[in-house]
Design a protein around this ligand. Structure first.
Ligand code: 6PG
Length: 253
């Protein structure tokens, strides 16, 4: 865990409660955002029910779809209609079900030569949205970054032992070899870009993640431990993924 600040750890009693808490968190970030809001989505299987929930009431009619821009923390270098695509998953679960303007969906292009070209183009898109080439610590790129945790302690597509962990200048990099399935090239935000947010929230569920959650929150060195935020750093867990020392949180209204 970065030394900047201790994370806020919120534990929901079960997965449905985690999803509801997560939807409220996303809604709160959107409601408190400015005229242009940037939400950075994560991939994998955990967030899918959260995305589906945001497409339903009361969120569907509360979210100002024309003001919110949607990004990804990482994606797999596969066509968007490939079942492994993070963009494809979020579109099917949420973005294709709600009135979001096409220009507000900032996918990683995978119809280019390779993951490195995809990373270069995605970085250009992010810089165009942000309005400059350098990230200011006091002007976050994102209002909220959702991110997950892999069993090997990776987050986004920042895998253990990969040189991308040491990238300090670029916002997005291509990853030739994923450390966990699916073993396809990836595109990932770097730690610097992930940190440029009002809130970085890990969303983790399931008993198979409890051990790695415990090790990351205990400070053992994994990519997820190095993730930091210029704003809030939050872990949202369901009970089965949460180490015993973290009590189940009261369901916030
Ligand atoms: C990806 C994700 C990755 C994911 C974790 C957890 O592209 O795979 O961004 O970082 O969040 O691997 O995945 P699950 O939610 O499927 O366990």
């Amino acid at each position: 865990m970065s030394t900047e600040k201790e994370p806020e750890v919120l534990v929901a009693s079960d997965l449905p409660a985690l999803i509801e808490k997560g939807a409220r968190r996303v809604m709160a970030r959107i409601t408190s955002g400015g005229p242009k809001i940037a939400i950075c989505l994560t991939g994998g299987s955990t967030p899918k029910p959260l995305y589906r929930r945001l497409s339903e009431e009361p969120y569907r009619s509360k979210i100002p779809w024309d003001k919110v821009h949607w990004f990804w923390g990482d994606d797999r270098f596969v066509p968007h209609d490939d079942e492994r695509s993070n963009a494809g998953m979020a579109r099917a679960a949420l973005l294709d079900r709600v009135p979001v303007p096409a220009a507000n969906i900032h996918t990683v292009r995978t119809d280019v030569a390779n993951a490195h070209e995809a990373a270069r183009l995605y970085e250009e898109d992010l810089k165009r949205f942000y309005g400059q080439d350098r990230l200011d610590a006091d002007r976050p790129l994102f209002d909220l970054v959702l991110t997950g945790l892999g069993g090997d302690g990776h987050t986004a597509s920042l895998f253990p032992g990969n040189s991308s962990l040491n990238e300090t200048k670029r916002w997005v990099v291509g990853i030739d070899e994923a450390g966990l399935a699916p073993f396809v090239p990836r595109i990932t935000l770097t730690f610097a870009a992930l940190a440029s947010t009002r809130e970085l929230t890990f969303l983790v569920s399931g008993p198979d993640k409890r051990d790695v959650v415990d090790r990351v929150l205990s400070g053992q060195d994994f990519p997820a431990t190095r993730a930091h935020s210029n704003g809030n750093l939050v872990w949202m867990l369901d009970r089965s993924a949460a180490p015993e020392r973290y009590p189940t949180s009261r369901v916030v209204p």
